[in-house]
Design a protein around this ligand. Structure first.
Ligand SMILES: [Zn+2]
Ligand SMILES: [Zn+2]
Length: 255
């Protein structure tokens, strides 16, 4: 089994309040660590712009692109400029503009408690019930619809840690993920699928991606949590898009 790439890694560009850094590595350090572990490709995916504590700044995107080019030259690792954007409304809005999307190679979206809602109405309707982890039927229905609408509106490549902080109906989301060519993550920190969810997702033909969600250079390429989960629940390696192959990305023309 060979891991081709780790498509969910954070760097110092995630920032952090009062000098408490959310992630500790630089782009070059993440790439060097990937090289040591035999990876061929990584993505730098900072938290999206509306994350109140750790969101990447729009003004840094061009600078990151330049650093990525330099790190590619130095290491020979192919590096994608991505983002881990946030779901910000029950209508499937995420915190990306068309201009942002043009500058990115790879788009992850996930739910994070510290991301601003689109507006005050959506704060009460969407963000607050998820923050409170209410898990009512109507929360599951609303979240599931929000993800489906987002997959229709944006070129999303991957949903990070599905189900974490945002209960969803995996089967319905899985069907729509297959239809829209969106991967579901086997995240290095949080995996929320139950055994029966995995069975349904596999029967639908869902493609997973096993990533580290590294917040330090050392952890780049550490996808064992996802792989162990795959072994335990009989997920074949062909269903994991970054094993033995390069995944296909909607925006990236490099492969
Ligand atoms: Zn996340
Ligand atoms: Zn992350």
């Amino acid at each position: 089994m060979v891991i081709f790439g780790d498509y969910h890694t954070h760097t110092l560009y995630s920032g952090g309040p009062f000098n408490v850094k959310h992630a500790t590595g630089t782009i070059l350090e993440n790439a060097m660590s990937a090289k040591e572990k035999g990876l061929k490709q990584i993505a730098i995916t900072e938290h999206g712009f509306s994350h109140k504590l750790y969101g990447v700044k729009r003004k840094n995107i061009d600078k990151m692109r330049q650093e990525i080019e330099e790190a590619k030259q130095k290491t020979g690792i192919d590096i994608l400029l991505g983002v881990e954007a946030n779901f910000i409304s029950s209508e499937g809005d995420v915190d990306l503009t068309e201009e942002d999307i043009k500058k990115l190679d790879f788009i992850i979206v996930g739910f994070h408690n510290f991301a601003r809602a689109k507006n005050i109405k959506e704060f009460f309707k969407f963000r607050l019930p998820n923050m409170l982890n209410l898990h009512r039927k109507k929360d599951v229905r609303r979240n599931t619809l929000a993800i489906m609408k987002a997959m229709d509106k944006y070129p999303i490549d991957l949903i990070s840690h599905p189900g974490a902080h945002m209960p969803i109906d995996f089967e319905t989301v899985g069907k729509h993920a297959v239809k829209t060519n969106t991967h579901l993550e086997l995240n290095g920190k949080r995996i929320c699928y139950k055994k029966e969810d995995v069975k349904k997702l596999l029967s639908l033909g869902v493609k997973f991606m096993a990533n580290s969600d590294a917040h330090s250079a050392k952890r780049v390429g550490e996808v064992n949590k996802g792989i162990n989960f795959a072994v335990k629940y009989d997920i074949p390696y062909e269903s994991i898009a970054n094993l033995e192959q390069f995944p296909k990305f909607k925006n990236y023309k490099g492969n």
